[in-house]
Ligand binder design. Sequence first.
Ligand SMILES: *Cc1c(COP(=O)(O)O)cnc(C)c1O
Length: 404
Amino acid sequence: MFKVEDIRKDFPILDQKIHGRPLVYLDNAATSQTPQVVIDAIVEYYQNYNANIHRGVHTLSQIATDKYEEARIKIQKHFNANKPYEIIFTSGTTQSINLVASGFASLISEGDEIMISALEHHSNIVPWQMLCEKTGATLQVIPMAVEGNLRMDVFHELLNSKTKLVFCNHVSNALGIVNPIEEIISAAHNVGAAVLIDGAQATPHIKPDVQALDVDFYVASAHKLCGPTGVGMLYGKQEWLEKLPPYQGGGEMIETVTFEKTTYAGLPHKFEAGTPNICGGIAFGVALDYMNAIGFEAIRNYENELLGDATEKLLQIDGLKIYGNTSEKTAVISFNIEGIHPYDIGAILDKLGIAVRTGHHCAQPIMDFYQIPGTVRASFSFYNTKEEVDRLIEGIQKAKLMLC
Ligand SMILES: *Cc1c(COP(=O)(O)O)cnc(C)c1O
């Protein structure tokens, strides 16, 4: 059984007051909170074995190297990658995407097409625009429908033999909608296009199997998965990672260097120039262990209960509109109240101890589609409670009284 009271004890940050009220943290889609075991792993690293990795013969360096490589294997197992070196450590989703986009510059030429979805985070739009500018390729966009789902009919029409790469998020951070990535991947492969899936928003709720998905690249950030900021991962099929050129030059990524010519190291080091976030990588592994011990099915089922409860109660509030209404959602609710700016609701909720996100959620094209300045976004995690859902509802009602 899923005991949320016990789980909350693992998160010291939750036990505090903001403006005199118990904190209700509902901004999990921006970053998740950190359990004590992950905090301990970070402290332990700096207290006991802080050393640079892969180059030292001394004992501390070997311990740090072993733990870092163990973390890579934990990530490999979690995502079911075939080989540990198909997992590249990065600073997060944004860097993972930029790594792939910059690598594709050498594989793409004028007349080629790159396709992204209308639901993308800015970190997933800009690198592709830059790639298109550099190569003369064109950017195609899979449009969205009013419920927030992708127009898959248009996707199939747009897809053709010039499409070289399709890019889509697994779950939309702005609306919480789960996209049909299986269908996208298999259709793209039919025309010979590679597929990169942004799992930053899916991985806190869903455990993806990259081999079953047959996806070419899959990326995520540790900080949305109970891990620290500044570390993330790129999964790439071995054949693709071998085809892509290195992203950055520096230490760690070379085999031999002379002033005439440098040869590059093999995978994964080719993409890991410089001293990485060693402690962060190790803590990422510990965070995955923590979440797997609870179990992703239990997490999803519990969060779905919170989502159902919150959706039902929110819809009873007069003038409240939820954006993104499909049956496949994670526990993210984006909404507005008629006549009230989302920022004003967020500011009042904060005074009541309730943390939500307001704004465009790094997805301005979605806001333009709905012709709104932004939304209020409440995003739930497995450590939230039904009492907190009620606090949110009360808070919104209070905000409405004050603002209407
Ligand atoms: C958070 C998020 C990103 C960006 O992740 P960073 O950790 O800031 O690099 C990209 N895409 C989606 C869907 C996200 O939710």
